[in-house]
Design a protein around this ligand. Structure first.
Ligand code: GLC
Length: 750
């Protein structure tokens, strides 16, 4: 006992200087904020709460057109705290210089941008990264994004998006971590750490922003910007935990959203932003609104006008107003009229200044404006290598009948068919404003880079026009190209069909009511299938799709999502076995849109089991089962699960383990998943909940015992009073290769 105390003393003495240093630094920041706040006029304080969009060239004279002149005047008067969409060390330096040198107090701007999955070098879309279940790789991917974005003057990213969603009709599922809270929370933590690093003042890190707080992913019918109306159990147990994980990872900012939640716009929602986020969780960063969401409380029918919206927003805890001008135009008068207490303004400004201090912007406002770094970092080959690695880990092998994959190099006549095979843009996804068009490696280029001989036929044109702002134009009538493609397939040994969505068919503003392959792609596939059954379907998409006929008739299906800059190289490596796929689905694939929302951690209902009559939980025209389950993903090898053990002697640390053996022919990685089911509780619990996963690598023949420890944190849930409770009773556990396959057992918690 004495020895332990001795070691504890040594350790605390060793770290004392470090802890004292951090505390001293925090104290000096707070002191600096106090003194600055005392000097600031009310107008200048409100200015810090105002963010404007850039999209203009400040290298020339004052920007012209629209409200650009007003923005420029406000910048010079110190009435702007942040800019978004201003990039490039030259442009950032110019604006920063204007504000630091021309305004009374010279408070530096913070520059924000949507660095969602890379800046110039693009990683796979976040939903694809989620399919890797590899937190180290995901953290590194965010780190790379921060390296490049900070090199162009940015110090803040509006990421990670941590909205849980069960509805693939919603276009923004591509931007999140899928349908599961446990996986989503782990990803939130990894991405915040990747963006922010261990020292936010370092010029190659970014302040992160967990968004959209909250429940945006539950937009009714998957329709963009639509109402979210959910119960407290779903809010507390499904929606909020990933945000809480981000706050626990010290995320510096939170962005709210466009939606109303249970009748109240989240931007005006005090319960969410003050009671839970700032009070209960102790969040000390700041909340930024989503684009004009303060002002949108008027069309929501929640605010009379912009002035009233400004009052409601700041009272609810929205600290900074993105682009609606509500704050900069009306907060001063709201305070002077006694509608808003100045202490609320001071709290918001304190939070904003704190992040600017932590970023080091007061020490050196030009810290992120290093022209040399800008030249070195962008598209750097080490970044390309990192996003290739991330892409390889994100690919999911959905089906592989008769081990059609991997293909043998040089032994087969290969046909490649589909417009997406020759597309350098779609794999970049829709959320990559900072990157350059057509900088993705296409499938055709990837095959050439790996010395694969093939013949290509585009098939019918699928996408006729596509851009960031408008609906993608899809061809539904012109079948020319099918005949040529079929002729090529007929004389080939194997056909690689590259089909899916255009990159601009998912993302914000991209809700869809049909989730089939767009256009004539399925017609093309069926025509090819008539003459050649040896088909590998390579899916490129930003959301789960209802690929029923494909799943039934095509022997091999690779889910490649939108893999970013190195897409084609990653796909080629997996096709020919240079890399053994290890991804697992982070989101359920429905059989039909009619099943949505369909997700693995559903509730039992009172009539879960088939009856001889129609009076049980089911559809008359569709199965209950999804097409592909959450957590599903195959490998070129095979893993055998055995020897489930449960040790519940220590109720605070219940050990659950199983042995996994690689009984196939090649080395492979497996995501071993742990699920629980709390059979009886004061709030009904889902039939299954992911509470642990470990991605392990096993050589041929090797085996490993994988152990999980279940604590209160994993066994408990939030009740309707938002109290975290752990209740005694029987728990089922499953260790498996997906949410549907595994070894099961039970234990009783006393
Ligand atoms: C957008 C998005 C949000 C983004 C912001 C700034 O509308 O909803 O995620 O960060 O506006 O571009």
């Amino acid at each position: 006992m004495k020895a332990n105390l001795y070691y504890l003393l040594i350790i605390s003495l060793y770290f004392a200087p470090f802890n004292n240093c951090v505390m001293a630094q925090e104290k000096s920041i707070e002191k600096n904020i106090d003194s600055l706040l005392q000097q600031m006029t009310l107008e200048e304080k409100v200015g810090q709460m105002n963010q404007y969009n850039g999209f203009w060239d400040v290298t020339g004279p004052a920007p012209k057109g629209g409200n650009a002149e007003i923005k420029y005047e406000h910048l010079k008067k110190g009435l702007v705290g942040s800019m978004l969409n201003v990039v490039g060390t030259e442009e950032v330096r110019k604006l920063q210089k204007l504000v630091v040198e021309e305004t009374r107090l010279g408070i530096p701007l913070i520059f924000g941008y949507d660095v969602i999955h890379g800046y110039k070098t693009l990683a796979p879309i976040p939903l694809a990264e989620a399919a890797s279940w590899d937190m180290e790789a995901i953290e590194n991917s965010a780190k790379i994004a921060a390296q490049e974005a900070s090199a162009v003057g940015l110090n803040w990213t509006f990421a990670p998006m941590v909205d849980i969603s069960r509805d693939p009709r919603w276009g923004r599922v591509m931007e999140g971590g899928g349908e599961d809270t446990f996986l989503g929370a782990k990803i939130a933590e990894a991405r915040v750490k990747g963006f922010q690093g261990d020292d936010l003042s370092k010029p190659n890190t970014l302040a992160a922003c967990a968004k959209h707080f909250a429940a945006y992913g539950f937009a009714e019918a998957g329709k963009e910007y639509n109402t979210a109306d959910i119960g407290t159990s779903t809010l507390y147990n499904t929606v909020l935990p990933p945000f809480n994980a981000a706050v626990d990872a010290d995320v510096k900012t939170i962005m709210n959203g466009f939606n109303i939640l249970n009748g109240i716009p989240v931007t005006g929602n005090k319960m969410l932003q003050r009671d839970i986020l700032k009070e209960k969780w102790g969040f000390d960063g700041f909340v930024i609104s989503d684009w004009s969401s303060v002002g949108e409380m008027v069309p929501h029918g929640f605010a009379e006008d912009l002035k009233h919206a400004a009052e409601l927003g700041v009272k609810a805890g929205s600290d900074m107003d993105m682009e609606s001008s509500a704050y900069v135009l009306h907060l001063v008068e709201n305070v002077k009229e006694g509608k808003v207490d100045e202490s609320l303004i001071d709290d918001a400004v304190r939070r904003i200044l704190r992040v600017k201090y932590e970023l080091g912007l007061f020490d050196d406002p030009y810290r992120y404006c290093d022209e040399e770094r800008e030249k070195e970092e962008l598209y750097h080959k080490k970044h390309q290598a990192a996003v290739l690695d991330m892409a390889l880990k994100s690919i999911v092998l959905l089906k592989n009948d008769n081990d059609l994959l991997p293909l043998k190099k040089g032994q087969q006549k290969i046909a490649v068919i589909g417009q997406l095979a020759d597309d350098n843009n779609s794999s970049l996804g829709s959320w990559r404003l900072g990157s350059d068009d057509n900088t993705g490696v296409s499938v055709l280029e990837g095959l050439k880079n790996h010395s694969i001989n093939f013949s290509y036929s585009q098939g019918p044109k699928v996408f006729e026009d596509a851009n960031f702002l408008n609906e993608v134009k899809v061809n539904h009538t012109n079948t020319s190209g099918i005949e040529e493609a079929v002729a090529l397939a007929k004389k080939s040994d194997v056909v690689l069909m590259v089909l899916g969505e255009h990159g601009f068919q998912s993302g914000e503003g991209r809700s869809r009511t049909k989730l089939d392959l767009p256009g004539l792609q399925l017609d093309l596939l069926k025509a090819v299938h008539e003459v050649n059954k040896n088909i590998v379907l390579i899916l490129m998409n930003g959301r789960p799709l209802t690929i029923n006929w494909e799943a039934e008739n095509i022997p091999a299906i690779l889910e490649t999502w939108q893999l970013g800059s190195q897409a084609g190289n990653a796909i080629a490596k997996v096709l020919f076995g240079d890399h053994n796929p290890s991804g697992k689905l982070p989101m359920t694939f429905p059989r039909s849109v009619g099943q949505i929302p369909i997700y693995y951690n559903h509730f039992s209902t009172g009539r879960p089991d088939p009856e001889s009559t129609v009076f049980w939980t089911h559809y008359g025209d569709e199965k209950n089962e999804p097409l592909f389950h959450f957590g599903h993903g195959l490998s070129y090898t095979e893993f055998k699960y055995s020897n489930l053990k449960i040790d519940a002697t220590d109720e605070k640390a219940i050990k659950v383990s199983a042995t996994i053996q690689n009984i196939g022919g090649v080395t492979g990685k497996e995501v071993v998943q742990l699920y629980i089911h709390d059979k009886v509780a004061s709030v009904a619990r889902p039939v299954k909940e992911l509470k642990g996963f470990q991605k392990i690598s096993l050589d041929q023949g090797a085996s490993q015992e994988v152990t999980f420890v279940l604590t209160d944190k994993e066994l408990g849930f939030y009740n309707h009073d938002y109290e975290f409770v752990v209740e005694p009773g029987t728990f089922e556990v499953m260790i498996g290769t997906s949410s549907q396959e595994g070894l099961t057992g039970t234990f009783v918690l006393k």
